[in-house]
Design a protein around this ligand. Sequence first.
Ligand SMILES: Cc1cc2nc3c(=O)[nH]c(=O)nc-3n(C[C@H](O)[C@H](O)[C@H](O)COP(=O)(O)OP(=O)(O)OC[C@H]3O[C@@H](n4cnc5c(N)ncnc54)[C@H](O)[C@@H]3O)c2cc1C
Length: 434
Amino acid sequence: MFESLKRFCGSRFITCKSYYPKSTNDILKLKKGKYIPRGEGNSYVEASFSSESTSLNMKNFNKILSFNKSKLSVEVQSGVNLGDLYNFLLKEGYYISIQPGYPYISIGGCIAANVHGKNPHKDGLFQNIVSEIKLFDLKKKKIITLSRKKNSKLFYLTIGGIGLTGIIISAKLLVKKLKSYSIEKKALVVNNFHHGIKLINSEKKKNDMFYVWIDLSGNNLNKSRGLLFTGNFINDKKEKKDLLISKKRLINYKLNFYNFLSLKFINKIFYIKEKSNKIINLSSFLFPAIQNKIYFSLFGSNGLIEQQFIIPFKYIKYFSNKLQILLKIEKPLIVLATIKIFKGNQKYLSFSKDGYCITFDYCNNQKSKEFIGKLYSLISECKGISNIIKDDCIDEEIVSKQYKEKFKNFKKLIFKHNHQTSLNSNLSNKIGIT
Ligand SMILES: Cc1cc2nc3c(=O)[nH]c(=O)nc-3n(C[C@H](O)[C@H](O)[C@H](O)COP(=O)(O)OP(=O)(O)OC[C@H]3O[C@@H](n4cnc5c(N)ncnc54)[C@H](O)[C@@H]3O)c2cc1C
């Protein structure tokens, strides 16, 4: 069948062939051709489709296969979504420690993008909780078991492999026992970007989860007040198991409501509303995006562009000085700005490095794209890296400049692995892996 597919909060629809296999037998019967696995299709980039390939939608692979409390391990099919797994584990009093900010994404997508959660400094990337993967190898036409001991090269290439090594059928994940179902959410006042960086360092070891939000609507790092949110498990007498409700479609309004004036107002309201400390459900802290769906709708029919990058610790001063100049000249409309802190070695294209992770959301228009282009040069100059699963403007040149040997190596290994079969998406085309 044909479907019109688009990236999360994007505007461009692409007509693609798609197929919903019901079993591994269906996958086994696939004819020679170009394919790309697809989870929930909720990436900010066109990672799970292209007009040249058939999108293999893994929706029917939605079973939780086993749960072993003594081994702290759960085995799931790759199409299980994070929210459903969250609900299943919560009922049992467990959770996975690395959960991106949106529950309607698949476990296959989490593995293939090697995602991070609310405290990458402490928990690292998704690879840390994956103990085994069953991968359908299109070339060999069979399922291979991958782990740190078995086929370890392919294991590491598949995690963060953006779907280019084969089809993840299922995976074993490590779980943790929940300390409680409630989170004490505190908001510390951040005077500006520089203060945010200082605070994040003093808070990094004290909290289960944390991140900084700043108001950059004035394009001035010195006058960008914000809040540092910390989240810690707390025993609360009134606590209850807060199950996530089922997915509702994201609606994009026709018009874009964000401009400098409205943004100043929205940020002011957000600051006042969020400044108080409160006790909230775990899901509210983990998945802020579902309570603030309106945020995405307000970008209008053109949608949003997200840019996320890591600046190594020692370059942050240089980076912020240069960024300030760029902001003054270019005057971009940065709708959302957040900071996290990362720790970890970088492998292939995985988004990991010791440094500060900065995320900017923009309206999808030419002016934003021009600013993003200029920011890439600064990120590269500071030895930083951009997150390829979040950044729709990225291309081969940028990835090559920022990921250097690691990109070359990844490309080489993917070509070697995929000899004669074709796994290909718009993202892989964009970064020159075709
Ligand atoms: C609102 C929002 C908040 C987010 N927050 C975070 C965050 O905090 N941290 C973070 O790291 N990311 C975050 N993300 C990004 C998101 O986690 C990734 O884009 C994730 O890959 C999306 O999963 P999906 O199931 O929608 O994948 P898709 O978009 O369907 O696919 C993503 C990639 O995974 C591959 N893939 C999917 N299924 C399989 C499979 N079965 N076998 C092999 N490959 C497969 C695809 O080929 C593709 O390359 C966020 C995204 C949104 C929309």
